[in-house]
Design a binder for this molecule. Structure first.
Ligand code: G1P
Length: 290
């Protein structure tokens, strides 16, 4: 059983400036919920109860979001708005969230290492909050099924077009089952001619705690940062690592356009507003093509 998840949320979010000048990137809304809400919800849906959020200066809004707000609850109670009251309470009950600060932003591998003492000596999940996945079976559940079979680290992968391989960690793997690969090599942000495949790592991982020792020894790699990918590549020398081509649709919430697309996709699927929004969008597109 995986009980803990690490969510690195310490980055500056410079791609979203000026929106992120006074607000953490992770609290930007996907339709009517902060991006980070969907991530914690995915963890909670598979029974992960403890979230270790790696934050930094200026990220207080994340803590407030997952905390209780008695003033707000009282206000909603006084107004008789039971529905919103229940929703607001549910957020603070979704999971137990603990926070640790990454004092220097030395890369994703370093952010994960910051959570070492809180994770302890047990396997854990990692969610990158930029990757929002819509799936019938939560992406992390799909990885857990592979983990339960092999008891080794498992990474989510998806096929990306050639023009995008340089943005991701790319794996070389041997297919060992349906959608499942045993990883032979991992490269962070390779040039296209050096990429071993088109299978890109996306932001869901189940990791064994042995990765921490590798991260402790890791030197800055691609773009001068301590990369999780390099730690995992080192771990390959000691134990097997698997990749699973998950089923679902991923939205890249890491750029303003990606976040907008994700909002549109989520709003279209929402039973309360989807119909009205679809109609409006059709009208807008018809007007634009005239
Ligand atoms: C990170 C990881 C990369 C992975 C990607 C998925 O990169 O380093 O291996 O493919 O997330 O979104 P970043 O997006 O932080 O550059």
């Amino acid at each position: 059983m995986i009980r803990k998840a690490v969510i690195p949320a310490a980055g500056w979010g410079t791609r979203f400036l000026p929106a992120t000048k006074a607000q953490p990137k992770e609290t930007l809304p996907l339709f009517d919920r902060p991006m980070i809400h969907y991530i914690v919800e995915e963890a909670a849906a598979v029974g992960i109860r403890q979230i270790i959020m790696v934050t930094a200066l200026g990220k207080r809004a994340i803590e407030d979001y997952f905390d209780r707000s008695y003033e707000l609850e009282q206000l909603l109670q006084a107004k008789g708005d039971e529905k919103r009251l229940a929703e607001v309470r549910r957020i603070s009950e979704m999971a137990e969230v603990v926070y640790v600060r990454q004092r220097e932003q030395l890369g994703l591998g370093h952010a994960i290492l910051t959570a070492k003492d809180l994770v302890g000596n047990e396997p854990f999940a990692v969610f990158l909050p930029d990757d929002v996945v819509e799936a019938k079976v939560p992406a992390i559940r799909q990885l857990l099924d592979v983990y339960e079979r092999y008891r080794c680290s498992v990474l989510a992968v998806e096929r990306v077009p050639d023009c995008d391989v340089g943005r991701y960690g790319i794996i070389q793997g041997r297919e060992v089952g349906e959608r499942t690969f045993q990883i032979e090599r991992l490269v962070e942000k390779p040039k296209l001619n050096e990429a071993p495949s088109n299978l890109a790592v996306i932001g869901r991982y189940i990791l064994t705690p042995d990765v921490f020792a590798m991260l402790e020894r890791a030197r800055p790699g691609a773009i001068g940062e301590i990369q999780l990918t390099d730690g995992l590549e080192a771990l390959l020398g000691q134990q097997n690592i698997y990749a699973y081509e998950y089923e679902g649709v991923r939205h890249d919430g890491g750029t303003p356009l990606g976040l907008l697309k994700a909002s549109v996709a989520i709003a279209l699927n929402r039973p309360d507003v989807g119909g009205e929004f679809r109609q409006w969008l059709h009208g807008l597109l018809a007007g634009a093509s005239r």
